[in-house]
Design a protein. Sequence first.
Length: 357
Amino acid sequence: MRTPWKQPAGERPQDAVAAALPAKAGQTPSSRHWLLGVGFTFVVAILGYALAQIPGFDRVGQLACAILIAIAYRQIWGYPESIRSGIQFSAKRLLRLAIILYGLKLNINVVLHEGLGLLLYDAGVIVFAIGLTLLIAKSLKADMSLSMLLGVGTGVCGAAAIAAVSPIIKAKDEDTAIGVGIIALVGTVFAVAYTLVRPLLPLSPLEYGTWSGVSLHEIAHVALAAAPAGDDGLAIGLLAKLGRVLLLVPLCFLLMVWMKKTGKVEGAAKIEFPWFLIGFIAMSVIGSYVLGGLIPVSDSFHSSVASLTTFVLTMAMVGLGLNVNLRDMRTKAAKPLIAMAVTSVLLSGLTFLLAIV
């Protein structure tokens, strides 16, 4: 009896669908498979979104829910090889598109004019998070590629940072998916814990918001944790977090230089220039100075773009999640997870002490 890991292509549900659909005029089998692959990630992303609307799962978020569904699919039916081209398009191309669109969330003007002090604070947080994660990972003899992704995700902006850094450090798709899943789940636990302990803390709304913004993993986590502190607490929390997002671009270029100098790849030419970061910067400029300035837009427009960005990123995460083999994950992810969790606890504790000084 065949195991779920080695089922022949004809036995998988998606292959049966692909075989049953007739080719349209001018449409080759490969283009049909590409469309089915993209459609497959779209459907799973919808399921992830629906699951995230259920109480309990809503705190985890649609990214983590979609990844969990994709991972479960992989373990039960195997990787859908016949539609790989479309799935890989979602995992790689749509991932870069999501990073570009993510730039619209960053208001450069606000960060530069109101948060220069926070920007320096954020830089220290990033250095601390990445450095400590790698130090602990090295002492544990953990997988350094996955540990780097988790360190960047902890220090900068979660899944978006992992997605941006992954191609630069030549991380495997499986590592990227595992990293995003871990960041989403651990970050949610921290955000919920923050909301529970907030009434017991000797912090003003502004101090609590700042603490949330400089220590939590994702923008969504900051919003979840800082919202109970009121509008002022939420505003300063998001400002602190956006400073970390702004530093993603220089971090990526520094990592490119580091990869070349340390010889982590065979020749500098093999490190592809992350052109999507140029798109990220361009969209940040547009979102900061054009939309809402030169071109009036409504709040609903910003909300729609944010939802679109999250959904595109969710489709990409589905493609990445299908690469996760739980057999490997059990042995590979444990030590990096420990390194990231210890770093998150120490980062939270240190920034809390700085907040009350």
